[in-house]
Design a protein around this ligand. Structure first.
Ligand code: NAP
Length: 244
């Protein structure tokens, strides 16, 4: 299989980390972005290099346009092309609408939506030039159906899915595929504040009877990269928790 140069944002922990491992296993060249998790990023690099895999780690806060630019410039200077981008970095805050401050709004929207937009803006000129490439946006089921107490997060992920559809239309003729993977609930730090009781209740609502694992998402990413005829789609991976 052809080795691809792939940027994954927010990938030292959680779902992103699992995607890095899966794609490195396939022999791809991985640019693993992290923001605060420098130690985990360093450990991941060490672990994968020991196995002979190709991985770079690069610190950047994707909520800042200039830092997205640096991440892409680093990749292009070193590898001369970008085959794929996975917008995975994301944050959430559980709060009622009346408690949402301008700062909360800016942090969530700038990280989840503006950051993903900036990354797309930075990588697409190279992809258009090469007449090939793909982007996967890790959105959320809440972008499709909305979550109480997570209005800003839901807005950010709905925006991301809108971006997926718009860019698929704009860039399909240039040979670029863009899709969203929309997870339900996945066992990562993001859900660490849920109590055992809350998790049990959610499991009872899921048709397949269990919380998802990061590898449920990384397996879908692997399939989507190999596939050549899917674009503009929102692919829900949620154990049948929500059927849209
Ligand atoms: P997580 O374990 O909390 O990890 C979040 C990741 O995002 C971290 O690696 C973090 O990097 C990165 N990040 C946050 N702000 C960033 C910034 N400004 N710049 C760069 N990276 C940043 O969460 P996760 O569950 O793996 O989430 C990954 C994605 O899946 C998110 O987009 C999330 O919305 C989505 N998702 C998750 C679930 C779920 O149930 N877990 C469900 C639906 C969708 P640092 O630690 O380096 O700062």
């Amino acid at each position: 299989m052809e080795k691809q140069v792939i940027i994954i944002t927010g990938a030292a922990r959680g779902i992103g980390r699992e995607i890095v491992k899966e794609l490195a296993k396939q022999g791809h060249i991985i640019i693993c972005n992290y923001n605060k998790s420098q130690k985990q990023a360093g450990e991941l690099k060490k672990e994968l290099e020991k196995q002979g895999k190709n991985i770079e780690i690069f610190q950047a806060d994707v909520s800042k346009q200039e830092q997205c630019k640096r991440l892409v410039q680093f990749t292009l200077e070193k590898y001369k092309r970008i085959d794929g981008l996975i917008n995975n970095a994301g944050i959430d805050k559980i709060q009622q609408i009346e408690d949402v401050t301008k700062k909360d709004w800016e942090e969530i929207i700038n990280t989840n939506l503006y950051g993903a937009f900036c990354m797309c803006q930075e990588v697409t000129p190279n992809m258009i030039h090469n007449k090939k490439g793909w982007i996967i946006n890790i959105s959320s089921i809440w972008g499709q159906v909305g979550a109480a107490m997570e209005v800003v997060y839901s807005i950010s992920k709905a925006g991301m899915d809108g971006m997926t559809k718009a860019l698929a239309k704009e860039l399909g003729p240039s040979g670029i595929r863009i899709n969203s993977i929309s997870p339900g609930i996945i066992d990562t730090d993001m859900n660490s504040e849920l109590t055992q009781n809350e998790l049990k209740k959610i499991e009872e609502e899921i048709l397949l009877g269990k919380i998802g694992k990061a590898e449920d998402i990384s397996k879908c990413v692997k399939w989507l990269i190999e596939d050549k005829y899917t674009t503009g789609q929102i692919i829900s991976i949620n154990g049948g928790w929500v059927i849209t």
